[in-house]
Design a protein around this ligand. Structure first.
Ligand SMILES: [Zn+2]
Length: 451
């Protein structure tokens, strides 16, 4: 049983027309209902239908959306929104349209029905990241036709393929249509702007200023093939297994980047504890942050996890080759150290090749844009304190970073203290409180006056 649309013009009315949050729940719900599953291959439905939906909403607001396709159906939308100050450098506001797969059998609801229950909108993409797509559209549409352009020009980008690394979306756009982003100096998108409740009068809003780099590697061992009954001191399976075990057991040392250091300092202050980034009990202390500690713990060092193994075809035949896949992640500034460590660990008889490699951008938590985030959050939540953080995963920021754009994760959501927000990402029963969506739209609306 689903509720009927519960959208009410509950937004703060800023003059004529609906408030910036008036449509956000319905827009997000509509987007969830358009299945844009990205399986990492071409088996999915693609983003075209969602891009066409967004294009219609953007066009109704008076903008001229353009659709770009890296391949048929893999659609990215770009539109330009003129600012009050046309000489200001444009701000890139981006959200991806694709979602990761959802196994319906595991869910309490149909992941593509956009059900509203218990104050939440449920469905794949509710937080990653049709929520922000909907906020952007809701704010744009509320401001259209009023005399309230954003302060500076905005380039809106709704991208394809983020969940598979953006090679058919943001990276493709940067390679083939970089002029669309001419002059853009800064960007906002995922993953940040969500709240972490410390006390009733203190909520930290985590702004993403950095993300880990990605090094997915295929390891290959070559040896002497032969009969399984013979002695063989050059067995590819043995060589590979040893290399994989060395990597899997390796303890990477902590590497604290400026974003992580700033985050730990803010947390120390907020919790009234002393977190020394140099000591191991940082992770124990972080556990006081609840579920978000899992993610933060992964950002204090490089990591490398073996994820796949492949060798052999018969019990009594020694294969000539064995391969393994490793998911490596490095913190900003530690790419070279990471690769050197991996090369030491794999040894002389195993080679590695990159199957997916991407950078680890980091920017400073300072400047007018950051002040605009702080001010707009505080206006909607007096208990807000914005703090920078380093994110463990990857986003389209890696693509925009190639053009020198400073990227921030700022998709504002005031969340109830007990929601496992980090667990929502790619998780079962992904959902977002409808009030959080409305909050985000109002913050974004204020932000566009200041940014
Ligand atoms: Zn995402």
């Amino acid at each position: 049983m689903t509720d009927e649309p519960t959208v009410t013009p509950s937004g703060k009315n800023l003059g004529r027309g609906p408030g910036p949050d008036a449509e956000v729940v319905q827009l997000c719900r509509d987007l969830i209902r358009i299945d844009t599953t990205n399986f990492g291959n071409d088996d999915g439905p693609g983003e075209r239908k969602a891009a066409e939906y967004v294009a219609a909403k953007v066009a109704e607001a008076g903008l001229e959306p353009e659709l770009y396709e890296s391949e048929p159906g893999r659609t990215t939308l770009v539109a330009r929104w003129e600012g009050a100050d046309p000489t200001a450098s444009p701000l890139l506001v981006h959200g991806h349209l694709d979602v990761v797969p959802a196994m319906a059998a595991d869910w309490s609801v149909d992941p593509f029905a956009g059900e509203i229950r218990d104050g939440c909108l449920w469905g794949r993409g509710a937080v990653d990241m049709k929520d922000f797509d909907a906020m952007v559209l809701s704010v744009l549409r509320a401001r259209a036709g009023t005399n309230r352009p954003p302060r500076r020009p905005i380039v809106l980008a709704f991208t394809a393929d983020e969940e598979a690394g953006g090679h058919k979306g943001a990276h493709w756009l940067v390679e083939h249509h970089p002029h669309l982003l001419d002059g853009c100096t800064e960007a906002i998108g995922e993953v940040g702007g969500f709240s972490l409740t410390v006390r009733d009068d203190l909520r930290l809003y985590l702004i993403q200023t950095a993300e880990k780099g990605m090094a997915w590697m295929r390891l290959r061992a070559s040896g002497t093939a032969g009969h399984g009954s013979m002695r063989n001191d050059h067995n590819a399976v043995t060589e590979l297994a040893e290399a994989v075990a060395r990597i899997g057991r390796h303890e990477f040392p902590t590497r604290i980047t400026p974003s992580a250091r700033a985050f730990l300092s803010e947390i120390s202050d907020a919790l009234g504890i002393d977190l020394d980034p140099g000591t191991d009990d940082v992770e124990a202390a972080l556990s006081r942050l609840g579920t978000v500690a899992r993610m933060i713990g992964a950002t204090l060092r490089n990591t490398a996890n073996p994820t796949m193994l492949d060798a052999g075809y018969k019990a009594n035949v020694i294969p000539g080759e064995a391969t393994a896949t490793v998911d490596g992640r490095f913190v900003p500034g530690a790419q070279e150290e990471f690769l050197n460590t991996i090369d030491e660990l794999i040894g002389d008889h195993v080679t590695r090749e990159m199957i997916n490699f991407d950078s680890a951008p980091e920017t400073e938590f300072a400047g007018a844009l950051v002040e605009a985030m702080k001010t707009s959050l505080a206006a909607e939540d007096p208990a807000a304190r914005a703090v920078p953080y380093l994110m463990s995963g990857g986003t389209d920021a890696k693509a925009w970073d190639r053009l020198g754009i400073r990227c921030f994760g700022f998709a504002p959501l005031r969340l109830p203290p007990d929601l496992d927000f980090v667990g929502m990402f790619h998780g079962v029963d992904e959902r977002v409180p409808t009030e959080s969506l409305e909050f985000g739209a109002r913050v974004l609306d204020r932000f566009l006056d200041l940014a």
